[in-house]
Write a protein of this length. Structure first.
Length: 398
């Protein structure tokens, strides 16, 4: 049994034990997948066979109905094996979890999609990013167009950074609805005519995600393919807590780097020393720094995830907390990998050394949403708003 300080239930421990063999096999393949820049089809097939794709599907639709805490716990562990695989499948699991928690879909439509995930092992992701608009969290209007044609919709456009594009069965595509300020989310079957993937993924990090361009060329979809409409809620929108899979993934990569560095320190003994380098005070200091960074980031991740699960009445107030977790975790993860490389030294830059891959991959987290500047601005605005409220209450009571 592998000890995990954030396991709180027997079910969580059992789920971790179930995926541990997968993590080990993914770790063995990760270097080759990165070097070849190919999608890890074999990893995804193993995840499908293990029932991993249906973990966030509600129990009433045949899934396991895991919550946010369970989700990030498993995703962090999976990323220790291969970050690209974990980040990829995290989009799928998170998309399903968000639909369940936000309750914005028609139940019959959601039930049909869940049935395809459970019975057919269907894989889906959101396709929202476009080169011309940048991150969808910035609020730009998509250039992808949805034109109503009387008996359905015609969708045309191009989406970038579509993780798993070559393996997806369905995409949730954002598109401007005709010449209005409305943004719709359309469920697109990748088997439809006009849907194809263009090989554009030439990044040096997270190469296995194969986040290629999804091209939609006059794709005809039925009326009910419009499954969501953004910014249409009468009240505040539910924060996207499912995006905590992002910091969980990069903390998993950082833990893999930490484990490698500690093993190296325990076993490497240059002939200039009487023992392994773990006995050197400076090496011990660096290990301590890694542990402190990981502890701080993981405490934030799991405490906020637990608050989301245990206090649903507070969810609408948690947007800044969720953003703070992402900011802290991804920056701490990058620092941990950097420290691990300092412990190992120049050999960490060798192409056959996994640390150089962790170094490249972990920096992708800095560019996943929400961005650092947006998080800091949101925290500042919240603090100022709270201060204004306090001043107002003080003035009324005096």
């Amino acid at each position: 049994m592998v000890y995990h300080p954030y396991v709180t239930t027997t079910k969580q421990q059992e789920m971790l034990e179930r995926i541990n063999p997968l993590v080990e096999r993914f770790h063995e393949r990760a270097g080759e997948i990165d070097e070849q820049g190919r999608f890890p089809f074999e990893n995804v097939e193993e995840l499908k066979s293990a029932g991993y794709l249906s973990l966030t599907v509600p129990k009433k639709y045949g899934g396991e109905g895991i919550d946010l805490y369970d989700y990030v716990l498993l995703q962090e562990r999976l990323a220790e094996g291969d970050g690209s695989t974990a980040l990829s499948v995290g989009w799928h699991l998170g998309s399903v979890l968000e639909i369940e928690e936000s309750n914005t879909w028609h139940p019959a439509t959601f039930g049909t999609v869940c049935d395809k995930v459970v019975q057919e092992k269907a894989l889906l992701n959101r396709a929202a990013t476009e080169k011309g608009t940048g991150s969808p969290t910035r609020g730009g209007m998509p250039a992808t167009q949805a034109i109503h044609n009387g008996n359905g919709w015609e969708i045309s456009g191009r989406k970038s950074f579509t993780s798993m594009a070559v393996a997806l069965d369905y995409s949730l595509v954002t598109a401007q609805i005709e010449d209005t300020d409305r943004i719709g989310v359309f469920l697109i079957n990748h088997r439809l005519q006009g849907v194809h993937v263009e090989d554009t993924w030439n990044m040096i990090a997270m190469r296995g995600t194969r986040s290629d361009d999804l091209v939609l060329d006059h794709v005809h979809v039925p009326e009910d393919a419009l499954v969501e409409e953004e910014n249409q809620a009468s009240g505040p929108s539910l924060p996207k807590a499912w995006l905590l899979h992002i910091p969980a993934c990069y903390l998993g990569i950082a833990r893999a780097a930490r484990n490698y560095a500690i093993h190296f320190a325990e076993t490497y003994q240059p002939n200039s020393l009487p023992g392994p380098i773990k006995e050197v005070p400076e090496v011990q200091r660096k290990i301590g720094e890694m542990e402190l960074s990981l502890f701080q980031a993981r405490e934030m991740l799991y405490s906020v995830a637990a608050r989301w699960v245990n206090h649903p009445e507070k969810r609408y107030e948690m947007a800044t907390e969720l953003g703070a977790v992402k900011h802290t975790a991804t920056n701490h993860a990058a620092s941990v990998v950097d420290m691990a490389m300092r412990i190992v030294g120049a050999r960490s830059l060798a192409q056959d050394n996994p640390l150089q891959r962790y170094y490249r991959d972990v920096r992708s987290g800095l560019h996943n949403p929400p961005m650092d500047d947006a998080v800091i601005n949101a925290l500042a605005k919240q603090a100022l708003t709270e201060e204004e409220k306090n001043d107002s209450r003080t003035a009324r009571s005096s």
